[in-house]
Design a protein around this ligand. Structure first.
Ligand code: GLA
Length: 396
């Protein structure tokens, strides 16, 4: 069973760590999951995304060791594992410990001298829900290992090591959005991230609005879903468009007008995938401007348009998600609602008037249960800070 959240988590993590490893922990790390407000499958096309870190996170209590071993205990799985820092390679590990192994491996390859450690892992980001429980675990692991070695947190370096872990240890060709936002999130803000140069701008979320996440509980494993296939289709679009537009490197470099002009170069399906990405980049930039002005109405319209594009052109939606999105979009006080994350299940995100939350939750749950046969999980989310490592000696 997962340990409960709140300040008592620190005490509980310390107690459990001591039970499992026989000595008190020295460090505690929290790395958040995320919800993406808009900008889906744009990150690996070097485009724009607008996620927020959320108040659900991976937690690690840790203590350095004198040897080269990483001893791990995952509270959620009630399972232990052990790794050797000198023997890390993708074919030696499977399951949850692969995330830890990958991070240690890529941080070492980046030149960091890591100590052995005992790590107690817990968290409350639901798995397989599109809220980036994996990225949270990666970023938490990396930050913990750097913290134990007293190495200053290189947040972008952490995000890149997380992405390399996904590619080589987990076999998902993901972009960098999830790890970036877990590393650099800001309380009460969404971040406009340029996935070409990793620059980011924080945009405040209006306090009279609320982000609400509805979990369809349709789990999707990215490796088995269409994720890698979509990425390959985007690469194919670039390759074909380069015949007419030799200067383009990724779909980031293509405007909607250029895509229409050169549509004849692409098979229909590839054209649809490219159209989603190219128009999504435009929507992300416009929505960031709208949010900056506090124009939540326009922001919500763009969320709804993004959903239609993700469903129709990228074909990444499933029926339970459609039930959640159309229920949400039909309710008063809802500015916008869409499928968030990698696709084919997981969660929707809705931006709603803060006064409408209770009614929203009740009505959406009722419609979903009636149509799908079981209740969704619904969370009101608070945008939170990115990863932080503290010492058990610091005041809580
Ligand atoms: C997953 C990936 C991200 C991103 C999204 C889709 O969350 O990990 O890199 O591509 O899907 O926007």
């Amino acid at each position: 069973m997962a340990l409960s959240s709140g300040n008592s988590r620190r005490v509980q993590m310390a107690r459990r760590f001591t039970e499992v490893f026989g000595a008190a922990p020295t460090h505690l790390t929290r790395a958040p999951g995320r919800v993406n407000l808009i900008g889906e499958h744009t990150d690996y096309n070097e485009g724009f995304v607008l996620p927020a870190a959320i108040d659900r996170a991976a937690w690690i209590a840790a203590r350095p060791r004198d040897d080269r071993r990483l001893r791990l205990f995952a509270v959620h799985y009630d399972a232990a594992a052990e790794l050797d820092l000198d023997q890390l390679s993708p074919d030696r590990v499977q399951g949850w410990s692969a995330y830890v192994a990958g991070m240690a491996d890529y941080l070492q390859r980046a030149g960091h001298a890591l100590p052995g450690a005992d790590l107690l892992i817990d968290g409350d980001v639901p798995e397989g829900a599109g809220l980036s429980s994996s990225a949270a675990l990666e970023v938490a692991t990396g930050a913990t290992l750097l913290g134990l070695a007293d190495i200053e947190l290189d947040r972008i370096g952490l995000a890149r090591a997380g992405q390399q872990t996904e590619h080589n240890y987990i076999h998902v060709n993901s972009g960098i959005m999830d790890q970036m936002i877990s590393a650099i999130g800001q309380q009460h803000h969404a971040l406009l991230i340029d996935c070409r140069d990793y620059s980011a701008a924080a945009i405040p979320l209006r306090p009279d609005t609320q982000l609400v996440v509805c979990n369809s509980k349709v789990k999707r494993e990215l490796a088995q879903s269409g994720y890698n296939a979509r990425r390959a289709e985007c690469d194919e679009a670039v390759r074909l468009l380069q015949q007419a537009l030799p200067a383009i490197k990724t779909l980031r470099d293509v405007t909607p007008e250029q895509l229409t002009e050169h549509a004849a170069l692409l098979p229909e399906v590839v054209m649809k995938r490219a159209r989603h990405v190219v128009t999504e980049n435009v929507r992300v930039l416009e929505s960031a401007e709208a949010l900056r002005r506090g124009d939540v109405k326009r922001f919500g319209e763009l969320m709804n348009e993004a959903h239609a594009s993700y469903r129709d052109d990228f074909e990444a939606s499933v029926r339970p998600i459609e039930v959640l999105v159309s229920a949400a979009q039909s309710l008063p006080g809802v500015y916008g609602s869409r499928l968030t994350g990698g696709g084919w299940g997981g969660c929707t995100v809705s931006l709603i008037d803060a006064n409408a939350v209770e009614r929203f939750c009740g009505t959406v749950a009722q419609i979903y249960e009636h149509e799908i046969g079981y209740a969704p999980d619904i969370y009101a989310c608070v945008a939170s800070d990115g990863v932080a490592v503290s010492s058990f000696e610091d005041p809580a």
